[in-house]
Design a protein around this ligand. Structure first.
Ligand code: CA
Length: 485
């Protein structure tokens, strides 16, 4: 029986495959900070689940992202497992069969209650059970039928019960673009390069990919300022998406005890895609002086998988180098490991399919392709900063990065930036805010400045690196439904 209860290597060594794996680990390259590269990243190893070996799959045996799903066997609460190829592996039958041991219940907070070492052991155990040359699970046909469910037969939920949700604003490109629109003379405020700017979001309205999103109603100004007319209450006219990356907290900290930046990675279970739906007209009116409120809290969509920090180990990269003249971060936001490997190179793509495109059988069009490595602040800095005042982070909290935008137009992570009729890197002066926006042309001839009812927004994320299997995040989807009457 495999232990994932933190009892360590002695327990693990009872398993032939695992002990071999531990012995073999030395042959892989030097541990990459902060997560080590081991046999579970070996691109040569295949699974007996054939669809996982397709090189275009987001879900090879090297990925094994956590998910929660409803199936024929699950009750009112979703069951936990991992995605592998075109299937999900349900942990419950494996626990019953004694192939996986859980120290705590398999409930909706399960993944976030495991310690970093327990998560690593779980990954090794599941990897071993699924590898092509191991018959331990493969050859138990009745058990495989119960545990390995085609993705078409399950419905994914939010991967864990989210307690609190915090959203950051960590792309300097995004902050510069948005700042240039609303404060052309002063786009970046003096705190931006000192503080990872964030605000407390709303956890209750976070939904799983595929749930429709209702256009919100709220207070809107008819003109550019209140001088042009009093506010009215009605359906949002400038509905937008924000392409973000989120991550889930494991463990957490006691109130009053900050998490040091050196320990931050141990508190991060893994990452997902986040769509921070944004009502720009409501936001513009309400955000002064306390920041976003109802413009954001109506809905946030997350992708159904937690791609673990262990799976992401080969795709870590240097944190963004600060430009000459930028301030160095204060000590509690700075570490050598963070500078060397605080970044994560995740390619992020956004697609749109209008109702008309769907009816005419046209594929969604790509609006942007950026990378998470372009962020100014890192995930470790988010954790260190968030807890620096003694605020306790808890298992299952979701922290999101803020819109991921890069240096070029095609890397911009929201429509506010993409359709903006101006460019801070162009030689021409910035266009006055509130003037015309450059619409996006869809293949039907339709135009979009912001989202229309019936539009489906699809986000995708994946990691690629020479010598490693590509791993993906799956999709984060949502269709816009009309506002209530
Ligand atoms: Ca946001």
């Amino acid at each position: 029986m495999a232990g994932i209860d933190g009892r360590g290597v002695d327990t693990m060594a009872q398993l032939g495959g695992i002990s071999t794996m531990l012995q073999e680990r030395d042959q892989y390259e030097e541990p990459a900070m902060p997560n080590e590269i081991d046999q579970t990243h070996d691109a040569k190893i295949e699974s007996w689940v054939e669809s996982a070996n397709d090189t275009s799959s987001d879900f090879p045996i090297q990925n094994l992202p956590y998910c929660a799903f409803f199936s024929e066997n699950s009750g009112l609460m979703p069951t936990c497992g991992v995605r592998i190829g075109d299937f999900v592996l349900d942990f419950e039958p494996l626990v019953e069969a004694g192939l996986i041991q859980v120290g705590v219940g398999l409930d909706a907070t399960y993944f976030c209650t495991l310690s970093a070492e327990e998560r690593r052991e779980l990954r090794r155990v599941v990897f071993d059970l699924l590898r092509a040359d191991n018959g331990e699970l493969r050859d138990r046909k009745a058990l495989v039928r119960r545990a390995l469910l085609p993705v078409g037969e399950v419905e994914f939920g939010v991967p864990v019960q989210i307690g609190d949700y915090t959203d950051f604003y960590a792309s300097l490109y995004h902050a510069t673009n948005v700042g240039s629109m609303f404060r052309p003379d002063n786009p970046i405020l003096p705190n931006y390069k000192h503080i990872p700017i964030g605000y407390h979001g709303r956890a209750s309205s976070i939904v799983a990919s595929g749930m429709p999103v209702r256009r919100p109603r709220g207070q809107l100004l008819p003109g550019a300022t209140i001088a042009d007319g009093e506010p009215v209450f009605g359906p949002c006219k400038l509905l937008d998406y924000e392409m973000e990356v989120g991550f889930f907290i494991g463990g957490g900290n006691e109130p009053g005890e900050p998490i040091a930046i050196e320990d931050a990675e141990d508190c991060i279970v893994g990452m997902c895609l986040v769509n921070d739906w944004s009502a720009r007209d409501m936001q513009k009116w309400e955000y002064v002086p306390l920041g976003p409120f109802l413009a954001k809290s109506f809905s946030t969509t997350v992708s159904p998988y937690i791609v673990t920090m262990d799976a992401l180990a080969p795709f870590r990269c240097e944190a963004t180098k600060r430009a000459e003249g930028d301030p160095e971060p204060l000590g509690y936001l700075d570490s050598e490991a963070n500078r060397k490997a605080g970044g994560v190179d995740i390619t992020l793509e956004v697609y749109l399919q209008s109702a008309q495109m769907r009816e005419r059988g046209m594929d969604a069009v790509r609006l942007s392709r950026g990378s998470f490595k372009d962020m100014y602040w890192t995930i470790s800095q988010f954790v260190a900063h968030h807890s620096s005042n003694g605020c306790n982070l808890q298992a299952g909290d979701l922290l999101a990065s803020g819109t991921v935008s890069g240096p070029t137009r095609d890397t911009r992570g929201c429509l506010l930036e993409l359709t903006w009729d101006g460019d801070p890197w162009a030689a021409e002066p910035v266009v006055v805010p509130g003037t015309q926006r450059t619409p996006i042309e869809l293949p039907t001839g339709e135009q979009r400045r912001f989202l229309a009812d019936g539009d489906e927004l699809i986000m995708k994320g994946y990691c690629e690196r020479e010598g490693y299997r590509r791993i993906g995040f799956g999709e984060c989807r949502g269709v816009i439904e009309p506002a209530t009457e």
